[in-house]
Design a protein around this ligand. Structure first.
Ligand SMILES: NC(=O)c1ccc[n+]([C@@H]2O[C@H](COP(=O)([O-])OP(=O)(O)OC[C@H]3O[C@@H](n4cnc5c(N)ncnc54)[C@H](OP(=O)(O)O)[C@@H]3O)[C@@H](O)[C@H]2O)c1
Length: 259
């Protein structure tokens, strides 16, 4: 089966590195024109766009900022004419000490609240705002596909310091299912991906703290998942060849959490 995405336009958030970079590269290799979104790493994003080819371009936005997500969608739609695929990948995973101590004493109640707010803004509110823009755009342009990058934590839960992260990802799964059910008749399909530990900067913080063996716990393949292990699934979902799986969340965790 050949997946041909030529003539498709895809917006991938958080595509400057990690999982987003791998998805942008794979979509480009399949022929799509990719809008490579980044927050701080402009040079890295430019390299991703160059490698993706097909007229890929970079777009900057701080998705924690009010109104930024909607403006990002509008910018891409203006530049490309249409958007066919939205990949909500950008995310943050901040450790927010549930019970500060052992050197975390400087972590205040205000830090806790700000951490929850930032996590929800980037991981859930920005995807929500992008979906809100994408749905009518897709409806007007013959349909489209949304791929939301959630996490194993949405189902398994996470450690006490990552309550906000897990909650944001569970919200993202529920958002995906609701969009799929509500707008299928408008030609909108929505999918979620739930990776386990994947070798990126985000996972590196954890690996530095606890070691790679800990990150590999329960991984049936005995090899830490790489971003490139996830990207082909995103291409399949973006291609339209899996539309009858709309509403689904695909686990990509090497059987470390089987539900
Ligand atoms: N790695 C894992 O083990 C793992 C497991 C399960 C799920 N996930 C999910 O997979 C997705 C990608 O994770 P990753 O591991 O590839 O992360 P990563 O390497 O830390 O990259 C994060 C990406 O998000 C962007 N970003 C961060 N804060 C942003 C903000 N305020 N506004 C806009 N963009 C922002 C970054 O942009 P800049 O680089 O330009 O700053 C970067 O492109 C996330 O949603 C994450 O929760 C990851």
């Amino acid at each position: 089966m050949t997946l041909d995405l030529s003539a498709r336009h895809a917006l991938v958030t958080g595509a400057s590195r990690g999982i987003g970079r791998a998805i942008a590269a794979a979509l480009g290799a399949a022929g799509a024109r990719v809008a490579v979104h980044y927050h701080r790493r402009a040079q890295a994003a430019r390299s991703v766009a160059e490698a993706a080819g097909n007229g890929a371009r970079v777009f900057q936005a701080d998705l924690a900022a009010d109104g930024a997500a909607g403006a990002l969608f509008d910018d891409v739609a203006d530049a490309f004419g249409t958007v066919d695929v939205l990949v909500n990948n950008a995310g943050v995973a901040r450790a927010l000490p549930f019970a500060p101590g052992n050197g975390d004493d400087a972590f205040t109640e205000a830090d806790w609240r700000a951490g929850w707010q930032q996590t929800m803004a980037v991981n859930l509110r920005a995807p929500e705002a992008l979906c809100r823009r994408a749905v009518p755009h897709f409806r007007e342009n013959g349909g489209g596909r949304i791929i939301n990058v959630a996490s194993r934590a949405a189902f398994r839960g996470d450690t006490p310091d990552y309550l906000a992260y897990a909650a944001s990802k569970a919200g993202l799964v529920a958002l995906t299912r609701s969009v799929a059910r509500a707008f299928g008749e408008d030609g909108v399909c929505a999918f979620a991906l739930a990776p386990g530990f994947t070798r990126t900067d985000m996972a590196q913080d954890f690996i530095d703290a606890y070691g790679e063996a800990h990150a590999l716990e329960g991984n049936a393949l005995g090899r830490l998942t790489e971003p490139e292990d996830l990207a082909p699934t995103a291409v399949l979902l973006a291609s339209g060849r899996a539309d009858h799986a709309t509403g689904t969340c695909i686990d990509l965790n090497a059987a470390s959490y089987v539900r």
